[in-house]
Design a protein around this ligand. Structure first.
Ligand SMILES: *[C@@H]1O[C@H](CO)[C@@H](O)[C@H](O)[C@H]1NC(C)=O
Ligand SMILES: *[C@@H]1O[C@H](CO)[C@@H](O)[C@H](O)[C@H]1NC(C)=O
Ligand SMILES: *[C@@H]1O[C@H](CO)[C@@H](O)[C@H](O)[C@H]1NC(C)=O
Ligand SMILES: *[C@@H]1O[C@H](CO)[C@@H](O)[C@H](O)[C@H]1NC(C)=O
Ligand SMILES: *[C@@H]1O[C@H](CO)[C@@H](O)[C@H](O)[C@H]1NC(C)=O
Ligand SMILES: *[C@@H]1O[C@H](CO)[C@@H](O)[C@H](O)[C@H]1NC(C)=O
Ligand SMILES: *[C@@H]1O[C@H](CO)[C@@H](O)[C@H](O)[C@H]1NC(C)=O
Length: 485
């Protein structure tokens, strides 16, 4: 190739940056851990994973600084707690943009600004109708600073749907379809932005492993397909089915062409004893396959949108030890907190599977059938344990009666055993409502009969946890925050 005149380079640059979005996979950088690498080290790790984009759950200046002068696109977030105030005040929106975007742009390639995270899944209802007004104010602040390249959106979970099967029947929840989503889609259409969607085939499969094939959820099915009787589209994996159910729901509201950005997808590499299919083998298989699909050139798209590019972000960079909820929540990482890989992965899709180390065989792809106890963790902070004990005892029906003085489970009279009793008792009552055996890291599941745990008091004195709290695993994992239903 000969030398090209500088103008040609400029033209190339402009045409690429204003043209169609290209296929890429990035990573979500959550930081709910007390043992994670610094932002600077994290930026290096994100690059070494082959990510093209990183999403953070806020706008931490140290993180934004760490990504300056890299090629990584950055997605930042207005936290849910600020939505109401920003929706009421252009001045507040301006000052948020002034302090969280302007100082870092363009050296840090901020490209997406999400106003809230899964707001319609968990946050108080009064925030829902404020999302769009807050987005409008943020968009207007960006305009003031001529920051036209930054797309404004908000991220949603699959629970925006009330029906997702068959995909052609995809319908938004009636409480949000008209009042919240229709005007949101109109905004996304007008501003050429994306519908940011969290898609977890893991949760859909784990909630119903009898009806859904694991291979179908892992993009490994060679012979299992599903043909939608209404659209006649044929599906070969659960991910496409879930994405298309949202495509059809958007179509139903009159917006058939809004582009989808996968804000989160992934598979846990470990979890609680009773959480089916959370293992390194499945996590590596899912993430490698989703990367292959999403980085393929030409783009594959989905049955309803063949050939469409779907920009995507895997969840997550690290296993985060302070994330609340069931064990899987703390085990979505591609990396351990010390920065080493949990399994081989290349988000650019360029490394063939054969170049990765062999994976450990999965051993929990069937529902767990043994007994499980929810015990206090050894060596837990006594002050914290004591307040967790009071909390657990204050909830439910007679949760702690048997550990009162004179009652059968009072002995052994120790904080550890009383807390273990209370945690098991609490968990057994509230499990169906989504409670987990976690208690801010003070509790953990064990499949070993506590009576035979080493260094514990002898059997005769602790009959109670053993007699009353054999907690058979529920056939379906419960209360998962991001499940399909
Ligand atoms: C929102 O504004 C109110 C009134 O000015 C203030 O009291 C409150 O602290 C603000 N909330 C947040 C999360 O900043
Ligand atoms: C389609 O969705 C509706 C709810 O929106 C549901 O009542 C109906 O059963 C679904 N149809 C099928 C075939 O599953
Ligand atoms: C699909 O393939 C798997 C393994 O390749 C095989 O065990 C199974 O019987 C096949 N199922 C059908 C319906 O052909
Ligand atoms: C907006 O909607 C119009 C009409 O349906 C459509 O032609 C256009 O492609 C949409 N634009 C985007 C970015 O979704
Ligand atoms: C990193 O952490 C993992 C998980 O705790 C551990 O297995 C591995 O040995 C550690 N590697 C290094 C180099 O410290
Ligand atoms: C123990 O927990 C209490 C209350 O949760 C906290 O204030 C204290 O700092 C903790 N102590 C240690 C050593 O972590
Ligand atoms: C406690 O008992 C009442 C009345 O029997 C019942 O309605 C309620 O669901 C129980 N609560 C729990 C957490 O089991």
């Amino acid at each position: 190739m000969g030398l090209l005149p500088p103008l040609y380079f400029l033209f190339l640059f402009l045409s690429v940056s204003s043209g169609e979005i290209s296929s890429f996979v990035g990573v979500n950088y959550g930081d709910l851990g007390n043992n994670l690498p610094s932002p600077k080290q994290s930026a290096k790790l994100v690059q070494s994973l082959g990510a093209k984009c990183v999403k953070i759950y806020g706008a931490n200046p140290a993180v934004l600084d760490a990504f300056k002068d890299t090629n990584i696109q950055v997605s930042i977030m207005v936290p849910n707690e600020l939505i109401i105030n920003i929706s009421n005040s252009q001045k507040l929106a301006d000052s948020w943009v002034q302090s969280n975007v302007v100082p870092f742009y363009p050296k840090t390639r901020i490209r997406y600004l999400l106003v809230g995270n899964e707001v319609t899944s968990s946050s108080p209802k009064q925030i829902w109708p404020r999302i769009l007004p807050a987005m409008r104010k943020i968009k207007s602040s960006l305009k003031t600073h001529s920051l036209h390249k930054i797309k404004v959106s908000t991220s949603m979970a699959m629970d925006v749907l009330e029906s997702s099967f068959p995909p052609s029947n995809g319908t938004f929840r009636s409480d949000i379809a008209g009042p919240i989503l229709k005007p949101l889609l109109q905004f996304l259409n007008r501003t050429k932005s994306f519908f940011f969607l969290d898609v977890y085939p893991y949760f859909a499969w784990a909630a119903d492993p009898k009806s859904i094939s694991l291979d179908y959820a892992l993009f490994e099915s060679r012979n299992i397909t599903y043909t939608d009787p209404v659209s006649s589209l044929t599906y070969t994996n659960l991910f496409d089915q879930m994405v298309d159910s949202v495509v059809f729901a958007m179509k139903r509201l009159g917006y058939p062409d809004i582009r989808i950005f996968i804000a989160e997808t992934g598979w846990p590499n470990s979890g609680d004893i009773d959480q089916i299919g959370a293992n390194i083998y499945n996590a590596a298989t899912y993430n490698r396959n989703v990367v292959k699909k999403l980085t393929a050139k030409p783009a594959i798209g989905t049955p309803a949108r063949p050939g469409w590019v779907i920009p995507s972000l895997v969840f997550a960079l690290y296993n985060e030890n302070q994330k609340p909820g069931p064990g899987t929540e703390r085990h979505f990482g591609l990396l351990h907190p010390n920065g080493t890989n949990v399994y081989g992965i290349d988000l650019s899709g360029k490394t063939p599977d054969s170049e990765f180390e062999p994976l450990p065989k999965p051993d929990n792809n069937e529902p767990y059938k043994g007994k499980i106890w929810c015990m206090a963790v050894g060596g837990a902070n006594a002050t914290a344990l004591s307040s967790a004990l009071s909390y657990a005892c204050s909830q439910g029906n007679k949760t702690c009666d048997p550990i009162q003085p004179g009652k059968p489970c009072f002995k052994p009279d120790s904080l550890f055993w009383h807390a273990s009793y209370a945690f098991s008792s609490h968990w057994s009552q509230f499990k169906k409502a989504g409670a987990t055996c976690y208690f801010n890291g003070l509790a953990t599941q064990t499949a070993k009969d506590p009576i035979i745990l080493k260094d514990q008091p002898p059997r005769s004195s602790i009959g109670c946890p053993n007699q009353h709290h054999h907690l058979r695993s529920h056939p379906h994992p419960v209360g998962l925050p991001r499940s399909l239903d």
